[in-house]
Design a protein around this ligand. Structure first.
Ligand code: PMV
Length: 362
């Protein structure tokens, strides 16, 4: 699909008003997206586990404007309260996607969002938030064009979500989603995420992600700025090539359930992401001392228990602890006893692989 194929030609139905709700999950990248070109085109392909517990639920209520004006009209509520500080981000999103959803200026929207995870937990809500909103808008478009196919709906929802926040395009479906052109992956695209099309061994089914909230503070450097700094990072090209290679290697790893190689790739990806931050100019560090202490605890426990516990990081200090379902009885007690004490007030979220967004869940 090309960008132009997402521009609708004509709507066949008319609709005055309505309401729609979507619950959309967060996701955790195994091969990281870090570095992009305009507009939200990734410098390298990435792949993620869709999560289940960490999610945003968004309800969009819409009514046709009496006089169509040339501006967007919407209210935004977060956890029941008006939140004007978030409106500029939504406005930029609407401006970017209007070309693909020409009805946006014809309605007034009330957008009400709730997160399942605690506010300011350091968990990025842009992936779940932007994908939930993209899905609500797509649902409205489907009412205006009832012949739309399910596959077009899903693809376009991911395409629109990407324009809100890159990683959001990996939150529409589950349980493994790839985004970004990769030679070895048929159907992969820079424009939207696709459900991983190859064989995945059952050991990855129901994979766990216990998220340790090490630091709930505001990040000193936004991911927008972090992506930008990759333009001048001297290691950028090598890094982008590495992501391609890691995706190629994962094909066999997923097929045969090679957990040892999975761990090496996933932990290396997390550390490379942070190495890119440390080697940008200006450089920055988002890990905290406790992040490193937790990593060392995980390595020591992996050695002594011979288990397949591993970690990944996103652009922050929190640690995602990944492990297979069949090892949860030895790994989760270790997490509770040894790792949770590193968390701020013991805060952690027990999540696992999920199957994508769902309609109508309030
Ligand atoms: O979607 P953004 O612009 O917030 O970037 C997310 C980047 C990482 O979370 C660090 C990696 C990824 O692939 O999700």
């Amino acid at each position: 699909m090309t960008e132009n194929e997402f521009i609708p030609t004509r709507y066949t139905a008319k609709i005055e008003s309505g309401t729609v709700t979507y619950r959309s999950p967060s996701n955790i990248a195994l091969v990281k997206y870090w570095g992009k070109r305009e507009i939200q085109i990734p410098e390298n392909p990435s792949i993620s586990f869709t999560l289940n517990a960490c999610a945003t639920t968004t309800t969009v209520t819409f009514r046709a404007k009496k006089n169509t004006s040339d501006s967007f009209s919407f209210d935004f509520l977060f956890e029941g309260q008006p939140k004007n500080s978030f409106k500029p981000k939504i406005l930029v999103f609407m401006q970017r996607i209007e070309k693909y959803l020409p009805f946006l200026k014809e309605y007034h929207f009330t957008i009400a969002s709730n997160n399942s995870f605690p506010h300011s937990s350091g968990i990025a809500s842009s992936a779940s938030g932007m994908s939930a909103l993209a899905l609500c808008f797509m649902d409205i478009e489907k009412r205006l064009n009832p012949n739309m196919t399910e596959s077009y709906f899903t693809m376009k929802a991911s395409f629109l979500a990407r324009l809100g926040s890159g990683s959001a395009c990996r939150s529409i479906e589950g349980d493994l989603v790839q985004w970004g052109e990769h030679q070895g992956t048929t159907g992969s695209s820079d424009l939207y995420g696709i459900k991983y099309p190859y064989k995945v061994h059952e050991v990855f089914r129901n994979y766990h992600d216990t998220i340790l909230l090490i630091d709930k503070g505001e990040k000193q450097v936004s991911s927008t700025l972090g992506h930008d700094l990759m333009h001048s990072n001297v290691y950028a090209e090598t890094r982008f090539n590495q992501a391609h290679e890691n995706l190629s290697k994962l094909k066999t790893v997923f097929a045969i359930g090679d957990l040892k190689s999975f761990i090496t790739i996933v932990e290396s990806e997390a550390l490379t992401l942070h190495a890119m931050m440390m080697t940008s100019i200006p450089y920055f560090v988002l890990m905290k001392p406790k992040t490193l202490e937790v990593i060392n605890e995980i390595w020591a426990f992996r050695e002594s228990s011979k288990s397949n516990i591993c970690f990944t990081l996103d652009a922050g200090a929190n640690v995602h602890v990944l492990y297979p379902e069949k090892e949860k009885d030895i790994i989760y007690p270790f997490i509770k006893e040894k790792l949770v004490p590193y968390c701020q007030n013991g805060a952690h979220i027990t999540d696992r692989i999920g199957f994508g967004a769902k309609k109508g869940v309030l």
